[in-house]
Design a protein. Structure first.
Length: 390
């Protein structure tokens, strides 16, 4: 049995493993698999009254220990002090109940391999910790490549520096070195490529067709701006960089009305309408969408991105695309990527230079981050998963 976290990019990988028993952490993912002719169960199918009663007992036992612990509230705000001093048991109870229930249901299901797209979020990490405690292999197939940035804090200070899974599939040499610096065992890593990038090995269609779908002229340059979203789960994300960068880009775009613009928002940002409104207020005509990334990139003559993003690497596989990152600190060791401050004049100059100069050579950048782009990453990860499952 293979237990898998909820990751749509795993579907091609799981199709190659469908002769094995597959169990997911979420019923919606189970439905997605079964709708795609891949037989799967949900972990909830193993739930019964015994599991629930054991989880309730564990939660009460742990809460009793929490309630008996003396916590210091020195330096905390009044609201935080109240939470620590009197409300921690109330806060913890449902979470401890869910965590204990998952541990007991995993003990009942007894998967032989755990497959996760990250091992730092609460539930995937809990499952990875269960696997570690039970001697069950846990294969982490990352949902993204964490990239260099001048503002990244030292190793050990970011939640992504946690390594819980026993084995890690990595895209290329950069990602392998990244995990090794954080204590991962090289013997338990393989450069397989990542399944979500397999599609990059396949032609995404002609530029003329992509322009037609966006109702753009194929004879006029197209600039694709890829935005981001505020990640308020940490203090570094509580900033106005996304809004400031977009405002600067729109101001730059207004000075170049002969160009065409596509604004691609982040699917998790839920800020597409806001981006469209800002473009309209700035007097910039642009197609704004949170979908259709591949079509947008195929229509593009250059990419302008906010900060660091795997989108830059995906765009790099379209060899003709100049790459610009707004924010200054992204890709500090990669001269192929042009870095500019969030200032209209700097952004406009970078766009004009990118469209005027010969296309950059990007094979080194692609090899460093994405490894081998041949459409076979899912096959390599599936083969390794079978080895670990055996």
């Amino acid at each position: 049995m293979i237990l898998t976290s909820f990751e749509p990019h795993f579907i091609p990988l799981l199709r190659k493993l469908k002769d094995l028993e597959l169990v997911t952490l979420h019923p919606q993912f189970t439905k997605m698999l079964t709708d795609g002719d891949v037989s799967a169960k949900s972990i909830g199918d193993f739930m019964d009254g015994d599991v629930q009663s054991k989880a309730a007992e564990d939660a009460v036992r742990l809460l009793t220990a929490v309630a008996a612990t003396k916590f210091s509230a020195n330096g905390l705000s009044p609201a935080s002090s109240t939470l620590v001093g009197t409300k921690l048991p109330v806060y913890f109870y449902p979470r401890l109940m869910d965590a204990a229930m998952m541990v007991h249901v995993l003990d009942k299901a007894k998967p032989k391999l755990v497959l996760v797209h990250n091992d730092v979020e609460p539930m995937p990490r809990l499952v990875a910790l269960w696997a570690k405690a039970r001697g069950v292999p846990c294969l982490h197939v990352p949902h993204a490549i964490y990239l260099e940035h001048d503002e990244r804090t030292p190793v050990g200070t970011d939640i992504h520096d946690l390594i819980t899974a026993s084995d890690i599939a990595v895209a290329g040499p950069f990602q392998q070195e990244w995990y090794a610096e954080r204590g991962a065992d090289l013997a338990h890593m393989r450069q397989t490529g990542l399944p979500q990038f397999d599609r990059l090995a396949v032609s995404r269609g002609e530029r003329m067709m992509a322009c037609r779908l966006f109702k753009l002229s194929p004879v006029r340059p197209v600039v694709v701006y890829t935005s981001s979203w505020r990640q308020d789960t940490n203090l570094l994300g509580c900033a106005d960089a996304v809004e400031e960068s977009y405002a600067a880009f729109l101001a730059a775009a207004k000075t170049m009305p002969d160009l065409q613009y596509i604004v691609k928002t982040h699917p998790r940002g839920r800020n597409t309408d806001e981006h469209a409104k800002k473009a309209q207020e700035a007097g910039v005509q642009a197609a704004v969408t949170e979908q259709h990334l591949d079509i947008a990139l195929n229509a593009a003559d250059m990419l302008v991105n906010v900060g660091t993003s795997n989108v830059v690497l995906e765009a790099a596989t379209i060899k003709r695309l100049p790459l610009v990152c707004v924010g200054g600190g992204a890709f500090p060791n990669d001269p192929e990527v042009v870095k500019v401050k969030a200032e209209p004049v700097a952004i406009a100059q970078a766009i004009q230079n990118g469209l005027r100069n010969p296309p950059p050579e990007l094979d080194k950048l692609i090899g460093k981050y994405l490894g081998q782009i041949d459409g076979q990453a899912s096959e390599r990860v599936a083969e390794w998963a079978r080895e670990l499952h055996a």
